[in-house]
Design a protein around this ligand. Structure first.
Ligand code: PHE
Length: 456
């Protein structure tokens, strides 16, 4: 039933890189990374995180982009075509399906957090959040979480923005959005870091992030860092495979992938350097968890000059980062739908987006009406896990690593060496290093995550 294999292609290498960096730079960098680093003791986590990115993340990203570039279709059809070409079982298609499912689930809760960030922009502009009274800020955040109607509206608005971009296609939608949002994002981030260096305690933030205290490294820290690395560079679910499918033949993947992981890591570190100096300058706790950005940070901004303005900019930054990622989560689904005769992109973006929004209700209600629903409460580990927590856990800790493992195994063991060797265009030594990391190191690291997740 599939007919069209001719998706639009990126207009240039630069737009591809901006879109892929846009996909990887998101809530993972500006919300999750700083708080994960905060609760895991700073420097130790950062060091392990960077090691995970280089040793596991980069080889898998190269593998995933290569699969996309070779297959030129949505993840299920790319995997089917490539398996056929290598004379393998069409069951490989399920890797693509797992990816589409993961994208669906991740976007359903990603858009809820994106909605919080959207809600914070007017709250900052109006001055409601600019107070050094912790009770006021905590109440403000809790009131948002307690109100299904408010959360639904913001989550809905976030999905509408995402659908709008994706519905317009690669050139008129995604490229246009990243052309504007990505430069703006970098500019705002740099301004925030400079501001934090002037107004905050930069020295303390620096040593917090970069002075590694090895006694803080536990198996948990390693595994969190690995999971975070996966999520942050968007690998394992086919978002990058889909972006890779739109690549013109002459773009060399290894260099592009290196730029992507470098930019992603820089943004995560810079976000830390924008947040922690003012958190420390106000004597606040860096280890406050998911509330770091939504509760601790507003308090910190209120304590420094021009905090209202820079606080607003910070939440605009989060929104931009989140939208350039959410479009890459909707794109695999829409790209698959588009491969069917007579299916229009705009309609499939709206339908898929609506279904995702609907699934997002599970996450919205996890913070209020269904806060006490613990589906897996009989297991000690999930005793207090809400539906939101379960979706986050299943996707980040199971689906992404599983998808990443299948993709890296396919690219390094199953695809013919001639294909990858020519396509990657690396020197023999570099090619061998990639092959070694992709064949052995990455799969073994992933097996360790699974073993730990199941038995740990
Ligand atoms: N990488 C994005 C972030 O850091 C999230 C994401 C994951 C986007 C997987 C696409 C695919 O926020």
């Amino acid at each position: 039933m599939q007919v069209s294999t001719s998706h639009e292609k990126w207009s240039s290498r630069l737009t591809f890189i901006m879109a892929a960096v846009g996909s990887s730079v998101g809530l993972g960098n500006v919300w999750k990374f700083p708080y994960e680093a905060g609760v895991s003791g700073g420097g130790a986590f950062v060091l392990i995180y960077i090691a995970c990115i280089l040793v596991v993340g980069l080889p898998i990203l190269i593998a995933e982009l290569t699969l996309g570039k070779q297959g030129q279709m949505s993840p299920p059809n790319t995997m089917r075509t490539l398996a056929q070409r290598e004379g393998r079982s069409s069951l490989w298609q399920s890797v693509g399906w797992l990816g589409v499912l993961a994208a669906f689930m991740i976007l359903s809760f990603y858009s809820v957090i994106g909605g919080w960030a959207l809600a914070y922009v007017p709250k900052f502009i109006s001055g409601d959040l600019i107070t050094t009274n912790p009770d006021v800020v905590t109440t403000e955040f809790n009131t948002l979480l307690a109100s299904p109607a408010q959360m639904l509206a913001w989550h809905g608005l976030f999905m509408v923005l995402t659908i709008f971009v994706v519905a317009r296609g690669i050139h008129a939608g995604i490229e246009k959005a990243v052309d504007i949002l990505m430069p703006a994002l970098f500019f705002i981030l740099l301004a925030l870091v400079i501001y934090a260096a002037i107004a905050g305690d930069f020295g303390r933030a620096w040593s917090f992030l970069f002075a590694a205290d090895f006694s803080k490294i536990t198996p948990d820290v390693v595994l969190n860092a690995l999971g975070q690395a996966f999520f942050s560079i968007s690998v394992g679910l086919g978002a990058m495979m889909t972006y890779g499918a739109y690549l013109p033949k002459d773009v060399k993947i290894p260099r592009a992938a290196t730029i992507i992981v470098f930019a992603d890591t820089m943004v995560a570190l810079l976000a830390g350097l924008a947040i922690f100096p003012i958190v420390f300058a106000n004597g606040l706790d860096p280890a406050s968890g998911p509330g770091l950005v939504f509760v601790t940070l507003p308090l910190a901004f209120a304590g420094v000059p021009l905090g209202g303005f820079f606080g607003t900019m910070f939440f605009v930054l989060i929104v931009f980062a989140a939208i350039t990622s959410s479009i890459s989560l909707l794109e695999p689904v829409v790209s698959w739908a588009e491969e069917h005769k007579g299916v229009k992109r705009s309609l499939s973006a709206i339908v898929a987006g609506f279904l995702i929004w609907l699934l997002g209700l599970l996450s919205v209600f996890s913070f209020n009406l269904w806060g006490d629903v613990h589906l897996l409460g009989m297991f000690e580990r999930f005793e207090t896990a809400t539906l939101f927590d379960l979706m986050d856990f299943t996707t980040s800790n199971i689906f992404l690593p599983l998808g990443g493992m299948a993709m890296v195994i396919f690219a390094s063991w199953i695809m013919s060496r001639e294909t990858t060797e020519t396509d990657l265009g690396l020197s023999p030594a570099l090619y061998k290093s990639w092959l070694f990391l992709a064949r052995f190191v990455a799969p073994i690291a992933l097996l360790m995550i699974f073993a730990y997740n199941i038995f740990g």
